[in-house]
Design a binder for this molecule. Structure first.
Ligand SMILES: *[C@@H]1O[C@H](CO)[C@@H](O)[C@H](O)[C@H]1NC(C)=O
Ligand SMILES: *[C@@H]1O[C@H](CO)[C@@H](O)[C@H](O)[C@H]1NC(C)=O
Ligand SMILES: *[C@@H]1O[C@H](CO)[C@@H](O)[C@H](O)[C@H]1NC(C)=O
Ligand SMILES: *[C@@H]1O[C@H](CO)[C@@H](O)[C@H](O)[C@H]1NC(C)=O
Length: 303
């Protein structure tokens, strides 16, 4: 009976030591919230957390999440981790209800070093409003060949049907380029790579996206905002391995190299590799201890 008891105590002691409880406690050290939006890898609100390509990007002010890039600040409406997409809103963007002119809108331009991580989705349409005839948009496109086109079934013809256009008075421009540039020109981000209103000499812009594969009738039913796809460029394995071993993904003070934060230490791989040495040591110590307990127990019982 006593032997059984001693054995049980020894075994539970062993199991306790073998569990990497220190690591699991740290798993959520980089995860946070802003309002009701979850901030998780590759994003973060703290320097040193998340992916280095996403550093100095998100700011939380009074529960409002802001996304800051070279063209300006945007409100983040949603982060879709499963589809790896962000939905942004620019207060100076035109919608179906208002047309904002005067070049006040941000457009969408990311810093060159950050460009590989962000791309507006292919089904996001940018509608450039009031662009000058000298705009780079219309250069190299002689005659009727405008770069303007419909994107995912969304374009300016439908957008002109919005109440905002009747307020400012949309002049019907003929389809022949030569009677002046169109008042609105719809493009996909891929076609021009940067929506810079001053470079494109445009007065304003709107952006819309379609989430459902269904075609919505009329521009009144579109979702207005900028839908951006993000990616970590195949560096995902590092973080997956780190999180699988109970760590939190981050990066070093150089702002380049990824780190796995394991609570009591930082690892350049994951929380198992560097702790394995000390882990094995505690385990063998436990085995030795348990062994001596059993030996003592049998010795006591035997005598
Ligand atoms: C967050 O809250 C806002 C209202 O404050 C709501 O419109 C939005 O749908 C919520 N988002 C999520 C992901 O729950
Ligand atoms: C937009 O273009 C202007 C003029 O070419 C340039 O000075 C400015 O830096 C650009 N803005 C961004 C955010 O790249
Ligand atoms: C865009 O779609 C509308 C119908 O929604 C159509 O009338 C128009 O011709 C299309 N424009 C282009 C450039 O394909
Ligand atoms: C691990 O790295 C992070 C981010 O660089 C740093 O803030 C933290 O102090 C480091 N922790 C240890 C234990 O070195």
């Amino acid at each position: 009976m006593t032997l059984l008891f001693v054995l049980t105590v020894c075994l539970s002691f062993l199991a306790l030591l073998a569990t990497p409880s220190f690591a699991t406690n740290q798993a959520n050290s980089c995860r946070s919230y802003c309002g009701n939006i979850t901030i998780d890898y590759p994003f973060s609100l703290d320097y040193g957390c998340g992916h280095p390509g996403f550093r100095d990007l998100l700011f939380c002010m009074n529960d409002v999440l802001m996304f800051h890039i070279s063209s300006g600040s945007y409100r983040v409406l949603d982060i879709d981790y499963a589809y790896q997409a962000l939905t942004l809103h620019d207060p100076h963007m035109s919608t179906c209800d208002t047309i904002v002119l005067g070049g006040r809108g941000n457009g969408f331009t990311v810093e060159q070093w950050r460009a590989p991580y962000f791309n507006p989705t292919p089904d996001n349409v940018f509608m450039l409003i009031g662009c000058s005839a000298e705009s780079p948009l219309f250069q190299g496109f002689p005659g009727k060949h405008l770069p303007c086109r419909n994107v995912s079934g969304m374009g300016c013809e439908d957008y002109y049907g919005c109440p905002a256009w009747s307020l400012i008075g949309h002049k019907k421009v003929g389809s022949v380029y030569g009677s002046g540039p169109p008042e609105c020109c719809a493009v996909a981000f891929e076609a021009i790579k940067a929506i810079n209103l001053s470079k494109l000499q445009c007065e304003g812009y709107s952006s819309a996206y379609s989430l459902a594969p269904l075609r919505v009738d009329g521009a009144g039913g579109w979702s207005y905002g900028i839908r951006v796809k993000y990616s970590v460029q195949g560096n995902d394995e590092f973080c997956r391995a780190c999180e699988a071993t109970g760590g939190a993904c981050g990066f070093g003070t150089d702002g380049v190299n990824q780190l796995c934060m394991c609570g009591s230490f930082n690892s350049t791989t994951n929380c198992d590799s560097e702790s394995s040495a000390s882990g094995k040591m505690t385990l063998s110590l436990a085995v030795a201890l348990a062994g001596s307990f059993i030996y003592m127990a049998t010795w006591i019982m035997g005598s």
